[in-house]
Design a binder for this molecule. Structure first.
Ligand code: ISJ
Length: 195
C-alpha cells in the first residue's frame, strides 16, 4: 500500500532539537582542520565501527531507546540524492529519530531509504518504529557499510540556546546488491562532553 506525505508521523513537536544543515568531509583530517573539536572526546563516536546502536547501548548505565520523530515518504535534499545516485525529485522513505541513553537524547539520526531498498526483505524498513535500524542492517550479511564521512554542522547563530544542538556528525552509505541507503548520525554535546 503506497504511503503519502500525509502519512508522516510527527511526535514531540515541542522539542527544539533539530538536524542542522551540515558540511560533509570524506577526510576526517580535513574536517579536523576546519574544526579541531573532532579530535577531542567526540572522536571515538565519529569513528566507532560496527553498530552505532550497540556502541551507545554499551555506554548506557541503564537503558537505551529509539524515539521516532518523523517517518514517511518525502524528497531528500539534492545533496543526499546526489550522494545516493538517485533522481533528485524521487521520493524516499525518510526516518528521523533520537537515539536516547539513560532517558536523554544523545544522537539525532536521519536515514534516507530510496524506493529500490523497499522491496522484499527491505519492506521491513517501513515498519521499524522504535526498533533500531542497526538491528536490521547488522542482522543481515547483505548490507555493507561504506566509508564514514565526518560532518560539521552549521548553526545560524552561536546563541547560548544552541549549546545543546548537534555540532558534529557522521554519515555513511549502507549498500546491498542493488540498492543503498544513507544514514546520518548527529552527536549531541551531552554524549561526549560528559567524559
Ligand atoms: C545504523 C545504525 O542504526 C542506528 C539506528 C537508527 C534508527 O533506528 O533509525 C539510526 C541510526 C543509527 O545509529 C547503527 O546502529 O549503526
Amino acid at each position: 500500500m503506497p504511503l503519502k506525505a500525509s502519512d508522516i508521523n510527527t511526535s514531540d513537536a515541542s522539542s527544539s532539537l533539530i538536524i542542522p544543515p551540515t558540511d560533509w568531509y570524506s577526510s576526517f583530517a580535513a574536517a579536523g582542520l576546519r574544526n579541531p573539536e573532532v579530535h577531542g572526546p567526540a572522536r571515538y563516536w565519529l569513528k566507532v565501527e560496527g553498530s552505532f546502536t550497540r556502541a551507545l547501548q554499551n555506554h548506557c548505565a541503564r537503558s537505551f531507546h529509539v524515539e521516532v520523530q518523523r517517518e514517511g515518504f518525502a524528497t531528500p535534499t539534492p545533496e543526499e540524492a546526489m550522494r545516493l545516485g538517485i533522481p533528485h525529485r524521487q521520493r524516499s522513505w525518510i526516518r528521523e529519530v533520537r537515539l536516547c541513553g539513560d532517558g536523554k537524547p544523545w544522537v539525532l539520526a536521519r536515514t534516507v531509504i530510496p524506493l529500490a531498498c523497499l522491496t522484499g526483505e527491505g519492506r521491513r524498513l517501513l515498519y521499524l518504529g522504535s526498533k533500531p535500524l542497526g538491528a536490521f542492517l547488522f542482522s543481515s550479511r547483505n548490507w555493507k557499510r561504506g566509508p564514514l564521512e565526518t560532518g560539521l554542522c552549521n548553526h545560524e547563530s552561536q546563541r547560548p540556546s544552541n549549546a545543546s544542538q548537534p555540532l558534529l556528525a557522521r554519515r555513511s552509505l549502507f549498500s546491498n546488491k542493488n540498492s543503498a541507503l544513507l544514514v546520518g548520525e548527529y552527536l549531541l554535546p551531552i554524549l561526549y562532553r560528559q567524559y
